[in-house]
Design a binder for this molecule. Sequence first.
Ligand SMILES: O=C(O)CCC(=O)C(=O)O
Length: 408
Amino acid sequence: MDGPAAPNQRLAVLEEERRGLLLRRITEEGGFAFVSSVELAVAGDLRAAEAAREMAWEQLHSGPWNEVVPAWRDAYAMACLDVADIRAVSGELQEALRVLDMGLIMGGPLLRLELVSAIGKIMAMKPAINGRDSFGGWGSDHSSGNSSLAEILQVLPSRSLTCQMVEKRSCPSLETFVREYFLCSSPVIISNYIDHWPARTKWKDFEYLKRIAGNRTVPVEVGRNYLSSDWKQELIMFSQLLERITTPVDTPNLTYLAQHPLFDQILELRDDIMIPDYCYAGGGELQSLNAWFGPTGTVTPLHHDPHHNIFAQVVGRKYIRLYPATASHDLYPHSESMLTNSSQVDLDDIDAEEFPRALNLDFLDCILEEGELLYIPPKWWHYVRSLSISFSVSFWWKTEKGLSPMGT
Ligand SMILES: O=C(O)CCC(=O)C(=O)O
């Protein structure tokens, strides 16, 4: 007599059901060729699996991202799982891993658990990468923390550190944070709060990062900054990112892993950090955790976001300048719909004739030191420049309706 199904069997049945429903949905969307290829792929046909992946990829790139039918994003994840399965069986573990990461980065949420579990299995099979090349890591970053203030001022926008500095508090209570900063929409630096995070020591060790993440594929930005014409996006291995970060290049070739939900992708890194209690201010809901990892000299140009942000400077240091939401008119926001939250003013080289109102505006600024948090209230304009190799994490959250602080 059959007993109750084992947990693994139940999961397999669930996955089967989800796959069945998804294939029905793709048939309704006219994806007959995709469905036939998937049937062959399940029987181990690599060419068919790659063809299905290619078909889904084309659908993801057939128009603006927000107009892609969500089922096609899930279909892409499904095809990635099939390709990876076949490649892993034939011993191509690195390629299987790359394809699974692509599924996580580009695919929909339906088969996320399956992707994560497949990655876990491959990581367990793959011997740790004991590359002979070792990274200099943070210690070799001579442009980092030891620069004098005069040297730092040379690379910062004009008038830096001449206005008001952001207030700094050592571990304020949640109540104090809510009353004095959150409800007043007022930025604050919080020190001594993340000293116990494993990331504070582990992420300084490039050999650790390479061991945990070296063979994973991640999206990066290359170029001066996201508003410049030389800017592009690439998918590279984390080990390549580490190499690029430690190899000096000119500004136009800087590589920056920016605003990427890395911790949903590489779960071991998620264990190295904790969600600060301040992110629960206002009864809110965490929206996203993003990683920002790059060399000295990365610039995120002046822009604002709709969410509350606790920005954790885990390793290295950054210069950050803040303007209140009330300065918006004088900061000349772009008019194109995708960029209305970005300023046309290049703080590194202000065009005084075109943007005269931006010249003498008051601002708050700071050098955010290693181990400090910065609270950036919603809609506050911010410009960020790394002063060393830097690894930061942003925690974005939104509040329940009716609990919004003043002015947001
Ligand atoms: O660190 C950076 O380069 C930018 C961070 C940022 O803009 C943010 O967290 O909203």
